[in-house]
Design a protein around this ligand. Sequence first.
Ligand code: HDD
Length: 680
Amino acid sequence: MSDQNKGKKDEQLEQFRADDQGKKLTTNQGLKVSEDEFSLKAGDRGPTLLEDFHFREKMTHFDHERIPERIVHARGFAAHGEFQVYESLEEYTKADFLTDPSKKTPVFVRFSTVAGSKGSSETVRDARGFATKFYTDEGNYDLVGNNIPVFFIQDAIKFPDLVHALKPEPHNEMPQAASAHDTFWDFVANNQESAHMVMWAMSDRAIPRSFRMMEGFGVHTFRLVNKEGKSHFVKFHWKPKLGTHSVVWDEAQKLSGKDADFHRGDLWESIENGEYPEYELGIQVIPEEDEHKFDFDILDPTKLWPEEDIPVKLVGKMTLNRNVDNVFAETEQVAFHPGHVVPGIDFSNDPLLQGRLFSYTDTQLIRLGGPNFHELPINRPVCPFHNNQRDGYGRQTINRGQVSYHKNSLASNTPEPASVEEGGYEHYQEKVEGHKVRARSESFKDHFSQATLFWNSMSEPEKDHIKAAFSFELGKVGSQSVKQQVVDMFANVSEDLATTVADAIGAEVPANAGSSVTKSSPALSQENTVFSAETRTVGLIIADNFNGSEVAKVLDSLRNAGTIVEVISDKQGKLKGDDGSELNVDHTFLTSESVLFDALYVVGGEDVSKSFKHDAKYFVQEAFQHFKPIGATHQGVNWLKDNNLDQSPGVVAGSDPDSFANEFVEAISQHRHWTRDIII
Ligand code: HDD
């Protein structure tokens, strides 16, 4: 890691790092150990002795190595980085990290799936968590978001029900990390506020290509409060520099088997290679006085603010530039909480957010074993903290002095509260009145308009994917009644959607299917995202005796365009070109698969075996089915012709290395070629 990436947080973590390599083995008490293979026995064939403190310590520690996994978001992966605001946002907020453009604030970001267990696959259909801890000079600020801007429910009291329905069913603990089962869809049909988020969950957003290629959203409406005490409502966005891209469902399922670590591997490698993932922070702002000017309630977490109506202002950049040293110590023990705020950021009355403000500390108490989890290195703020909280399991701070209460005279009434001017947090003084009621606001009762807005915003391929996703998921549901209820529900979103899905799953379309909503929001379609060939992986299928000089030219162009080329052949070792040049084989047909690459470049070679041709054909056909760019030169061109693939969109065959490379890079940057004549 270069010095420029060392921030305050890194310096703090350094105090806790340990390197065991080259050291003598000791017990936890520091006693040097002379033997670590054999327990202490009465005779070399006799029973083990209780006296063996080394055995007992080693075994006891091992027996206690596991902690409860997160109830949701158990499967996650994280990285360190930094955030810098472009220009002072003092008009809206007094938060120090958002008003000082010279400040680099250390961050720790954990990405996750929601439903699966800690060891589950990463390319399942699910929302992704996108949780950011900003270690600011005024304390930790956590933006605990998802890659989908809305949520399934409107009130936190329903969260246990949602999660019980989504998780594997309790009688047989199946299916793992999947929503394609009866209880989830039964919940959906009977809790129709979920309609909008379900549309997102059935869309390509729920099968991202990479953590680096997905948006993040704070979901709720929050408040920004400036020095003068003026408040604005705000929604937070993360916009990935590489655009928002997805895999296709068949590919996602195959990836689950071929590489269950596909997303963490991608993040880890890109950081190790210095291709640091970047996201811009965006804010949408609504002045307090405009709260009621919209056709939805801005407190309702099942609603987004269309970007065309309320533009996203890009205000800063986050760069992830350092992998963790130890996944348990950092990624597993990090404790996020939407209630970790700093002066200048405040809450709204969104009833989902309000409930989250209770749940997160509560869950850390069981997961991390007591109230001192803030002392774990990854959770410590980079600014000092002082209060009268004491003791508890695993307490590390040695608080000196006689006094641990407020108010006091023995310590001159310290630690003392700070005034607002001194940086003391003051809750926004919103005027609130009302009867104590258990109720849903009338303004929260439209569950379908924005579900249709989302549908209307999709391109034709995106719509096809959504129809296929519903048909898959409901096709896995056993109860005919649940299937019918879901079709009835989504008939409120689109007749086209309901008709296609009903046909696929043997259900009836209700007579009054369809929606009168015609509005769309182009920003929601992935067709309007950023397209780039940067960091795309290209599998080069090649054999001995290839045309050395021409292939070298193409590889230079591909690398100059920022792609990562990996060599695939039928055996490991080195391949020789006709000019004596050499290529190292990275993968064989046995150890890799087309789903692991964004694009294929097929060169082949003279005299390849029948099995080479067979394996290469399988790779190419699968990549083709997944709409991926395929380039071919030399023998590869004939193989494409033999398989009738050469005339399709996104398939580039060529003989001149320069023009071929340009065309192929352009095809790679398009990500997928949906106009291919393929039935999904
Ligand atoms: Fe949550 C974890 C995001 C609603 C209760 N949530 C968790 C994580 C993310 C989110 C990203 C993982 C953090 C990490 O990586 O450690 N959750 C959301 C979003 C929500 C949301 C964007 C809706 C807008 N969550 C939500 C509700 C509740 C919870 C309504 C309960 C009232 N969430 C939890 C939790 C978790 C959690 C049980 C599990 C592990 C943890 O907190 O630390 O407390």
